[in-house]
Ligand binder design. Structure first.
Ligand code: BGP
Length: 486
């Protein structure tokens, strides 16, 4: 062990959670239904098949809205953070967390999204959470929209396809700034904004049946444009209302390698990576890249823009880039190349990499490459706001030994260290799900990411007691030594 560290003083070590995956209390204190409350757990569906879990129809939404139970809707239960937040925050503080990334459920403040005044009980919950974090010295990083928009807006307007949703979101965000601004300096607008193409309903409330035939892609780009504009508008508002505030975009970093050095593979890979960068290009540089405009034109997609939209995008760009990083993929021109699932994507299998039980390829070096690439491209501070390994844990005599998780983190932290040594301005790291929570892609509880175990199974049975895993003590030391213990 060396006692030197590359991590800058004040580096924000911590963890990341999302309201709909932890809070539970889905119908408590005036909360309205969100798109996450429609996500079902289907024990007979392949647990690797995110598409099956995330797909909805008008009929499934109707059934889910009428079903007032949480039996097959695990995101309605979460891990009951709503009632355990003090205990959970105390555990995070015990690990030494400098920061916690969390999201605000829009439907706790605006149950249908269209109310003009917020629900005070919802405000009170988050105020209590932020006060407690403040007391414990944990800096919040708040995501305004993490897969949890009001269901009513999805049903009525096909979500973000309709421009008026911008106003509803801006009203919600401004209430957050007004009421929580004294506690919160760091804000993220849309979680994994690029995922609109992979799961349009959870990301943007788009119910595909509602799109006219042949208009699906058109609607997705229109909704995305509205999110870009909304993001720019609230960036402006945060800056005006909260002195010293910083707003970031948030992307799924899907690092892709060519399977071979055949130029066809390299070209396809380049396209994949450019597509992955498109979202930050708009949010950091303030304009649609020419290659995207041309591609949309070639595909006959015409985004309706209002006068002033381009100026808004250009004027109110983000202060930093944040991203999730779990795995990397390969790309090949060979249609028969073997494929493997990743974070809501199916990619070509890379023969050099091991995979998790869910098939996600473990690639610490890919994290370093991503950091170098993103910093070089955008020249703004970076935050890794999700990273981790979904695994099945076993409890033996009240203990959870999870060396696989420690190995995963250790390898990734070493690559972060190297990237910092090579000049990358990385300011924060929040592991995904520092406490076990309900999986976004599969609605499983048994796909665990935490340093803290929650005694609950896929069907909601269990005591919901919290237990420290071996990795809890390991991460505590990493934070205590600011990475010198690695
Ligand atoms: C990201 C989401 C998270 C999260 C994570 C892990 O895409 O932002 O909400 O859950 O992926 O994915 P999963 O829960 O499917 O394992």
């Amino acid at each position: 062990m060396t006692n030197t560290t590359s991590f800058p003083k004040g580096f924000l070590w911590g963890g990341a959670i999302a309201a709909n995956q932890v809070e539970g209390a889905w119908n408590v204190d005036g909360k309205g239904l969100s798109v996450a409350d429609m996500a079902t757990y289907k024990p007979n569906v392949d647990n690797k098949d995110f598409a099956a879990h995330m797909h909805v129809t008008l009929q499934s939404i109707k059934e889910a809205s009428e079903d007032k139970s949480d039996k097959w809707y695990p995101k309605r239960r979460g891990v009951d953070f709503y009632h355990h937040y003090k205990e959970d925050l105390a555990l995070f503080a015990e690990m030494g967390f400098k920061t916690l990334r969390l999201s605000i459920a829009w439907t706790r403040l605006f149950p249908t999204g269209e109310e003009l005044e917020p629900n005070e009980k919802g405000i009170a919950f988050y105020e209590n959470v932020f006060k407690e974090m403040h007391r414990l010295g944990i800096e919040p990083i708040v995501t305004l929209s993490h897969y949890e928009m009001p269901l009513a807006l999805a049903v009525k307007y096909n979500g973000w396809v309709e421009r008026r949703v911008i106003d509803d979101f801006v009203r919600f965000a401004n209430v957050c700034f007004d009421r929580f601004g004294k506690y919160v300096k760091y804000w993220l607008t849309f979680n994994e904004i690029d995922s609109i193409h992979r799961h349009p309903f959870t990301t943007a409330g788009i119910i595909q049946e509602k799109s006219a035939e042949g208009q699906e892609a058109q609607d997705i780009y229109q909704a995305l444009h509205h999110q870009f504009v909304a993001s720019a508008l609230v960036t402006k508002d945060a800056h005006e209302k909260i002195p010293g505030s910083q707003v970031g975009c948030m992307l799924t970093k899907l690092m892709t390698y060519p399977l071979t050095c055949a130029p066809e593979d390299v070209e396809l890979t380049l396209k994949k990576n450019l597509e992955n960068n498109f979202y930050a290009d708009v949010q950091v540089k303030g304009e649609y890249p020419a290659r995207i405009e041309k591609d949309l034109e070639n595909r006959g997609i015409q985004i309706k823009m209002e006068e002033g939209d381009r100026k808004t995008l250009k004027q109110y760009t983000v202060d930093f880039v944040s991203f999730s990083y779990y795995m990397s993929m390969a790309e090949s021109a060979d249609p028969n190349a073997e494929r493997t699932p990743g974070n809501t994507v199916l990619g070509v299998k890379n023969p050099h990499l091991p995979s998790t039980d869910w098939g996600w390829q473990i690639d610490p070096k890919g994290l370093k490459i991503s950091l170098i690439e993103l910093y070089d491209r955008y020249q703004v501070p970076l935050m890794i706001v999700e990273n981790g390994m979904g695994a099945v844990d076993t409890v033996e005599d009240g203990k959870i030994h999870d060396p696989y998780r420690i190995d995963y983190f250790k390898a990734h932290f070493q690559q972060m260290k190297e990237a910092i040594d090579e000049g990358v301005d990385l300011i924060a790291y929040t592991s995904w799900g520092p406490i076990d929570l309900v999986s976004a892609g599969t609605s499983q509880m048994s796909k665990r990411y935490g340093f803290i175990y929650v005694d609950a199974d896929d069907e909601g049975n269990g005591t919901y007691n919290r237990l420290k895993k071996d990795s809890f003590h390991w991460y505590k030391e990493v934070i205590e030594t600011n990475g010198a213990s690695l």
